[in-house]
Ligand binder design. Structure first.
Ligand code: FAD
Ligand code: NAG
Ligand code: NAG
Ligand code: NAG
Ligand code: NAG
Ligand code: NAG
Length: 732
């Protein structure tokens, strides 16, 4: 506990040090004394010029100006006079539009004798109804109160800023650790000894890893320790599935989120310095309200750029850390909740003082957070997104108005929002143009790209095929737009399921017919070599209730069998990263439903690698488990896209009451659910016995992914072998 408090103190001091530099709008400690003096003198009435105008009086009324100089010289440390008077001069210009009468001009009235002659006024004797007619000195007690008032106010101002900056420190640290972790993992992977291709040598990769050298054993322990944090859910088995409508993050994600809430809470609660007799508000409670309101307002502002940064598709932190969009989306939601709570506190605190447009922003933010609970995201995604974006614009505009009274002091928090948003939208446009237009320029004509869409009723799957020059890779996903539609701005993410190189005979006019029936493994391998050629990319889409249903209905309108249609579809991408499956000896792929789309590219990639003597893949065995409610779809994929894979011995299929395909190419499908935990358990046992590195990858319904995550973690915990878990989710 004591250690924690020390740590907190060190952290807060560091943050204050960091923040107090380069902040122009809070005054320096050595300017506080003079500021406290003119704060008191400014509140008194003197006869003559500048009556009723705070700064004009202070700076141009000789009685007042003399009093400011005289009291400062009497009570302030000599070292503080120079910086204090320069701040006085600055304030006169800035707020009064006038140069203060200089000390030199008043030298005769500022001698020690002259000052001694001034009447001394006490706080109790001051009367605003009486005009003072001579320069005055204030009593020591009054000055002390004034100084304490000024000192606490400035202290709070600095602290608010510093704690706002602490948010950047916190998330900067998280991102830094994430980036370092990624670097270390990449370096560790590089150091792995190459897998033996000799079938007699069963590898013992794992034992070699552990014994070969100290660094390798360090690498092994490092990855073991981090897996305990990155793989299991904080409340197993819930990760993709919701628990009481809430997303449950992994352990490390929960740790980050929890720390963020705690730090935010602590920073809103500590280091307030109210005192009885404060010259601004003499009671304690208005001081506390005001400080809390300012603190929460400023931290909420500081949170905004983070909030916007984490929301985009084109987020540089995704590129740095390699974390999935869904992780940042999770952080995005928690930052939003914290910032909204702070905004609410801010508004409550300030209602006692002023009513401003900030209320509008707070109300909008509350509605955004309210509408963002997973129920809305799932039930009415498009409306949710629309409301979200409109309200976000309202928030930005309202906040610009809200803090316009501070002369742009808070704009540095707001412009980044505009910049981050513009950056993301701009990159989206660049990607759309790059993916779709270049194709046409390349062909020296400017036709729009026409996608071939076909819907298979038996398989209940929509296939979309689009030409592009983007090099396809496993693990990519693209956003699809249908621009010439009423809601043409809608974009939906889909995983790149399959591709082939488009040849002369296969131009995009020939839509509909699956261009895949005759595709061989060879052509896949060749396609990755030919950088110049175009690719025909396929997406497999299970119709849901919105745009995907509309696509299905479009096809059904045509009289062709299978139902087809030609539409202008724009691609935006590629997003997502290929998982390094080729670094593992054994790979277990588990797909549910249309989740097979994420697996096929890895399977085909492996086949092309396996037939290449010089390839560096370690994979010695690959197992695919796929279950789907729809047999027709399974048959189709097995006979077309996966046909090549079926003839290879290296690919095994598990007949665990699921799709079972033997190595000779015949296909049998079992009914019932695959027993995911048992399948993983067996794969892990086999891998441990042979000392192989095992990768488990899933893509499917939430329950299936969670079962796989849980089982994989159990295998990792109870065994000494290298097992890694990858998940690609169709939602967030
Ligand atoms: C990275 C990724 C890859 C995906 N790959 C595939 C794939 O290969 N094949 C496939 O069939 N599906 C895939 N999906 C799911 C697919 O994006 C949604 O099913 C589709 O957007 C639903 O559209 P709709 O208007 O018919 O949805 P609705 O019927 O309105 O909603 C159905 C569900 O989809 C979610 N959803 C709707 N729109 C979006 C959107 N723009 N982004 C994210 N979620 C949305 C809703 O929250 C809801 O849970 C993928 C999703 C993600 C995130
Ligand atoms: C104080 O002086 C100002 C201007 O010199 C004058 O307007 C005001 O009435 C005076 N107040 C009193 C109480 O004398
Ligand atoms: C300043 O000092 C001079 C000389 O002693 C005196 O005449 C003048 O009245 C003083 N001014 C004020 C405002 O006290
Ligand atoms: C593309 O445009 C050219 C002429 O601009 C036309 O000849 C060709 O048929 C068009 N192709 C498609 C697929 O529409
Ligand atoms: C085989 O793999 C090597 C190394 O990855 C690569 O350079 C080469 O192009 C591949 N050959 C084929 C035919 O894919
Ligand atoms: C794993 O290895 C450690 C030492 O390296 C050993 O103590 C432990 O018993 C092993 N656990 C299992 C399950 O084999």
């Amino acid at each position: 506990m004591i250690a924690a408090r020390h740590l907190l103190r060190v952290f807060l001091t560091l943050v204050s040090l960091f923040a107090s530099h380069g902040l122009s709008n809070t005054i320096a400690v050595n300017q506080e004394c003079v500021s406290a003096v003119f704060g008191i003198i400014g509140g008194l009435n003197f006869e003559g010029v500048g009556y009723g105008n705070y700064y004009l009086g202070l700076c141009t009324n000789p009685l007042k100006t003399i009093s400011v100089y005289a009291n400062s010289k009497t009570y302030c440390p000599p070292a503080d006079l120079e910086p204090g008077f320069s701040y006085f001069g600055w304030a006169c210009q800035e707020y009064g539009g006038a140069e203060p009468i200089s000390q030199a001009d008043l030298a005769a009235n500022l001698t020690i004798e002259a000052i001694k002659g001034f009447p001394v006024l006490d706080q109790a004797d001051s009367n605003p109804l009486i005009n003072l007619t001579t320069p005055i000195l204030i009593t020591r007690d009054w000055f002390d109160l004034g100084f304490r008032t000024e000192d606490s106010w400035d202290y709070e101002a600095r602290t608010h800023r510093a704690y706002g900056f602490a948010m950047y420190g916190f998330w900067g640290g998280v991102i830094l650790i994430g980036t370092l972790h990624r670097l270390i993992s990449v370096i560790n992977e590089r150091r792995l000894p190459p897998s033996s291709t000799d079938p007699e040598d069963t590898g013992r990769a794992d034992s070699r890893e552990k014994s070969a050298s100290g660094t390798q054993s360090n690498a092994y322990s490092y990855s073991r320790i981090t897996k305990h944090l990155t793989i299991p859910s904080a409340l197993p088995p819930f990760r993709s599935q919701l628990l009481f409508g809430c997303t449950i993050p992994t352990r490390i994600e929960s740790f980050v989120i929890l720390s963020y809430w705690i730090i935010s809470f602590v920073l809103c609660c500590v280091n307030y310095r109210p005192f009885n007799g404060n010259l601004y508000w003499s009671a304690m409670s208005p001081q506390i309200w005001r400080y809390v309101a300012d603190r929460t307002g400023i931290i909420a502002y500081a949170n905004l750029p983070i909030l916007w940064m984490f929301s985009g598709r084109n987020n540089i932190f995704i590129w740095l850390t390699g974390w999935q969009f869904s992780t940042f989306n999770l952080f995005h939601r928690h930052v939003a909740r914290v910032a909204t709570l702070q905004a609410i506190l801010h508004s409550i605190g300030y209602t006692a003082f002023y009513f401003t447009s900030g209320e509008g922003a707070t109300i909008s933010m509350s509605f955004i957070v309210l509408f963002s609970f997973s129920w809305f995201r799932r039930k009415i995604y498009e409306s949710f997104l629309m409301i979200h974006i409109i309200l976000s614009v309202v928030v930005i505009v309202a906040l610009f108005y809200h803090t316009s009274i501070f002369d742009g002091q808070y704009d540095p928090y707001l412009w980044p929002l505009v910049a981050i948003w513009s950056f993301d939208r701009f990159l989206r446009i660049v990607r759309v143009v790059y993916c779709n237009l270049h194709v046409q320029l390349h062909k020296k004509s400017l036709n729009r790209s026409i996608a071939a869409i076909s819907y298979d009723q038996d398989a209940n799957i929509i296939r979309v095929q689009i030409n592009t020059h983007i090099k396809p890779r496993p693990g990519q996903h693209y956003y699809l737009y249908q621009p010439f539609r009423l809601t043409g701005w809608e974009s939906h993410p889909f995983t790149l399921a399959y591709w082939s190189q488009s040849t002369e005979s296969q131009h995009r006019g020939q839509a509909g017919a699956p261009a895949t029936g005759s595709t061989t493994v060879g052509s896949i391998a060749a396609s990755s070599k030919a950088m110049e050629g175009e690719y025909l990319m396929s997406f497999w889409i299970r119709p849901q209730d919105g745009w995907t249903r509309h696509l299905r209905d479009l096809c059904l309108k045509s009289s062709q069998v299978p139902a087809t249609s030609k539409e202008t579809i724009l691609l935006e991408g590629p997003y997502g990263m290929s998982e390094p499956l080729q670094k593992f000896d054994e790979v277990l792929l588990i797909a549910g439903g249309s989740g097979i789309a994420a697996m096929v590219p890895y399977v085909l990639d492996y086949i092309s690698q396996a037939s290449n003597k010089s390839s560096r893949t370690r994979i010695r065995g690959l197992t695919l488990v796929w279950s789907d409610r729809n047999r027709a779809f399974m048959h189709q994929i097995a006979q077309q896209e996966l046909a090549a894979a079926l003839t290879l011995n290296e690919i095994r299929y598990i007949s665990e009451s699921t799709d079972s395909i033997s190595a000779t190419g015949s296909l049998t499908i079992d009914t019932g659910r695959p027993d995911i935990p048992t399948i993983i358990e067996r794969a892990a046992t086999a891998a441990t016995e042979s000392g192989s590195r095992l990768a488990v990858m899933t893509c499917g319904p939430a329950g299936m992914s969670d079962a796989a995550r849980d089982a994989t973690y159990r295998a990792i915990r109870t065994r000494n072998s290298s097992i890694e878990y990858f998940e690609s989710a169709f939602g967030w």
